[in-house]
Design a protein. Structure first.
Length: 193
């Protein structure tokens, strides 16, 4: 060490001793409480690490998803926390999230979903009409190449695109009638083919 570094090193050592002495004298009376708080923070840190490592398991338990039992001919859709049943279907090769709506006559795609599956919504002719909870909206008729849920693949499906502001696509009766039975039981909607 040269002559300039030695005084700096001595200063840092004395400063460290002073900080440790202050800490020991300050926590001597509350040492037990300090250890408890430190242990609590260690446990919180370990809990966060465990939650991050098990996130997929936690998410699937907290937010159950649809299950396709192709060998048994059924699709089970768990009820969501908002009371609706959401199904993800592959439309023209793209995943689209639908709310199952037995009150809707047609399979209806939102503008965003229609664009994501390759439909030019600006070129559509909105000649149709539909009544919604928010009033009348204009719709355009389209044919979807394919709608798939698990092993079930249906081709050349009629659908409507809404001109209005629809947040989510609707899986209405024009598609649901392809299933033999629609059952709601124990927090699940079951579609049977």
């Amino acid at each position: 060490m040269d002559q300039i570094e030695t005084p700096h090193l001595i200063y840092l050592i004395l400063l460290a001793i002073a900080v440790v002495a202050w800490f020991v004298s300050d926590v001597r009376q509350t040492f037990r409480k300090t250890v408890q708080q430190a242990l609590a923070w260690v446990l919180i840190f370990l809990g966060v690490i465990a939650a991050v490592g098990m996130w997929e398991d936690i998410r699937s338990a907290a937010i159950p998803t649809q299950t396709v039992f192709a060998d048994q001919g059924r699709i089970e859709i768990p009820v969501s926390v908002d009371g609706h049943y959401y199904l993800t279907a592959e439309v023209n090769g793209v995943d689209v999230r639908f709310v199952v709506d037995t009150g809707a006559s047609n399979l209806v795609l939102s503008k965003n979903a229609a664009q994501s599956v390759g439909i030019d919504v600006a070129a559509l002719k909105y000649f149709g009409k539909a009544m919604t909870a928010n009033g009348e909206v204009r719709t355009a008729s389209v044919k979807l190449d394919e709608v798939a849920v698990g092993a079930y693949r249906d081709r050349n499906i009629s659908a409507r695109i809404t001109q209005g502001d629809l947040d989510i696509s609707l899986l209405g009766m024009s598609y649901l009638q392809r299933y033999e039975q629609i059952t709601i039981t124990r927090g699940k909607l079951i579609l049977t083919r």
